[in-house]
Each structure stands twice: as C-alpha cells, then as structure tokens.
Design a protein around this ligand. Sequence first.
Ligand SMILES: Nc1ncnc2c1ncn2[C@@H]1O[C@H](COP(=O)(O)OP(=O)(O)OP(=O)(O)O)[C@@H](O)[C@H]1O
Ligand SMILES: Nc1nc2c(ncn2[C@@H]2O[C@H](COP(=O)(O)O)[C@@H](O)[C@H]2O)c(=O)[nH]1
Length: 215
Amino acid sequence: MAPTTSPLIHRRGLMLVLSSPSGAGKTTIARGLLDRDPGITMSVSVTTRAMRPGEAEGLDYYFIDQRRFDRMAETGELLEHARVFGNCYGTPRAAVENALAGGRDVLFAIDWQGAQQLAQNARDDLVSVFVLPPTATELERRLRDRGQDSEEVIANRMAKASNEISHWPEYDYVIVNHDVEESIVAVQAILSAERLRRRRQVGLPEFVKSIQDAL
Ligand SMILES: Nc1ncnc2c1ncn2[C@@H]1O[C@H](COP(=O)(O)OP(=O)(O)OP(=O)(O)O)[C@@H](O)[C@H]1O
Ligand SMILES: Nc1nc2c(ncn2[C@@H]2O[C@H](COP(=O)(O)O)[C@@H](O)[C@H]2O)c(=O)[nH]1
C-alpha cells in the first residue's frame, strides 16, 4: 500500500474508546482490531470484579481488591475510574501515557462514565465509538451465550443496558454490531481516517512549508 504520510511527519498517538451495553461485542471487536493492527495497544484495566473462567491476570484485567483500587484512585494512578454493575473499574495511567509518548495508539473498552472522563481531560486525543447491538433480544442472547455470568448478573446488565445506550449521542461514531467482521472493518476505517487528522500529524506545517519553499 502507498504511504499516506512523509518520513518528516510523525504522528501523535490517539485514544480509541469503544463503549456499549454489556454484551454488545466491544471486547470481541477490540480483540479483532488488536490482531490486525500492530500500531494500537490495549489498555488493560484494573477491576475489583472476580475473575471469570478463562480470564487471565494482566491480559483481560488486573484483578485487585477494593483497598488497592481506592488507593490507586486517591493517588492519581488511574486516568479514569467508575463503578459499573456494582464493581470498580479503572484505567492505569502510566501504561497509557507511556504508549502515547511512544507514538502508539491506545484502545479502551470502557463505559460511558470513563469515556466522559477521558473527554474532559484529553478531548483532542480521543476518538470514541459507541457499539449498539442489533436488537435487545440479540443483546440478551449474546450475554447468555457467552456463558460466563449468572442469570442474576445477566438480568442486572440487561436492566442497565438502556441507561448505557442513552449515552450514544456523546460519541463520535456509532456502529451497529450485526457481524463481527464488518464491525472490525468499520472500526479499522475510523482509525485510519482519524490517524490522518491534521492535528495528529506532527511536523505537517514544516513539511508543507518545505514543499512551498522548493516551488
Ligand atoms: N456480531 C456478533 N454476532 C454474534 N455474536 C457476537 C457478535 N459480537 C460479539 N458476539 C458475542 O457476544 C458475546 C459478548 O461479546 P463481548 O464479550 O465482546 O461483549 P462486551 O460488549 O465486551 O461485553 P462486556 O461489556 O460485558 O465486557 C460474546 O460471546 C461474543 O462472542
Ligand atoms: N469506566 C470504566 N469502565 C470499564 C473499565 N473496564 C471495563 N469497563 C466497563 O465495565 C463493564 C463490565 O465489564 P465486564 O468485564 O465485567 O463485563 C464493561 O461493559 C465496560 O464498559 C474501565 O477501566 N473503566
């Protein structure tokens, strides 16, 4: 593929946030994107929720107790944090800042509260995507088929889905996750375009001037 920028231009990293009601498929889309795009890295959150079967420490989450979570929140170690479905979740600040400083993009699968906090602190670096399920029935089917939560947990997540969905107008992009492959391609397209935004191309004015000077 032809290069779309010059070696004189380097890119400022961006934060790509996926939010959705629980079970709509943001983690599945995020994994697909990570497999295909070496330029983006996943932000691994801390949570006080219990580990599910099949989850791994440091890969899906860092599983910590409430005391440690409260301490991280108090000392500013979290870029954002929120209580979701009765548990605490947060984004460790250092990993994100190191990745962005190294010119890498960072991917987040977090709720609307976290997305709002990132927008307050770093709107220019944020690209937000809201993922909708095709129908309410399909959302419940996906939660149930995932086979990792009790009926009580599923009922609680379904009860809160409408509130999560009510935040869709706050996002830059909205996709309906009918098909995983199509959704991954849609998010890849968003990422490609956002990487080319003028403000993210550091050195662009100098590059343009060098061309103009030579004309
Ligand atoms: N387009 C799709 N079609 C069918 N099944 C899907 C689709 N996208 C995701 N799924 C399935 O739906 C289930 C929920 O997906 P996933 O865990 O990615 O949701 P999530 O939004 O990240 O949920 P949570 O917020 O609880 O972490 C998984 O079993 C996943 O394989
Ligand atoms: N504000 C944040 N929300 C987060 C973070 N990590 C995950 N989440 C949200 O929690 C729910 C539930 O996740 P689950 O793994 O228990 O299914 C999920 O839908 C995310 O929106 C975070 O760091 N900050």
